[in-house]
Design a protein around this ligand. Structure first.
Ligand code: GNR
Ligand code: NI
Length: 172
């Protein structure tokens, strides 16, 4: 297992539509391991492959609130098959946009079909924070960030801050 650096917005790799997996092999399992380690280290409740520069349709998440109840999940080629009419507002953050939090409105519940690490097709219903997280992560796989739901003015202010942060980090 290894920790991978997380890309910071703006980065062209965070705007790409990622490619589906043809199958779940040992390389996919290694990538999932690295992503889980990187997510827990950050720490975050989710991490999508493009955030570590891997332009493939996989994300990991763990929305458990206590360490004892850890629930690492790996979702490969995820597809939303149903969305609730009911909406939910969450203050979202993103490991690729550090320390910026804004409210985003999304469907309160979704059903998602995906391959698990054994290559088995699974369909699961998500609600609460996990529904928000799943939609945030699938957006990453389509080159979308939560700031794309904000006004142009807010988005450009955040992008400016991130450019500054990256310039500062490059000097270290
Ligand atoms: O760690 C994360 N927290 C979070 C909080 C509210 C809504 C979405 C998220 S996902 C984020 C990790 C991340 O950037 N995943 O792509
Ligand atoms: Ni994110």
């Amino acid at each position: 297992m290894s920790l991978r650096p997380i890309l910071i917005h703006p980065d062209p790799r965070l705007k790409k539509v990622c490619a589906p997996f043809e199958g779940v092999d040992s390389a996919a399992r290694r990538l999932a391991d690295d992503m889980l380690e990187t997510m827990y280290d950050a720490p975050g409740i989710g991490l999508a492959a493009p955030q570590i520069g891997q332009l493939q349709r996989m994300f990991v998440m763990d929305c458990s609130s206590r360490e004892e109840d850890a629930e690492p999940m790996v979702l490969i080629n995820p597809v939303v098959t149903w969305k609730s009419d009911e909406l939910n507002v969450y203050e979202e953050g993103c490991l690729s946009i550090p320390e910026q939090y804004e409210e985003v409105t999304r469907p309160a519940e979704v059903k998602v079909r995906f391959l698990d690490l054994d290559g088995v097709m699974v369909e699961r219903r998500f609600c609460g924070l996990s529904a928000t997280c799943v939609q945030h992560e699938i957006d990453h796989l389509d080159g979308r960030l939560f700031i794309d739901y904000l006004s142009r003015i807010k988005r450009s202010m955040i992008t400016k801050k991130m450019k500054k942060l990256k310039a500062e980090r490059a000097l270290l």
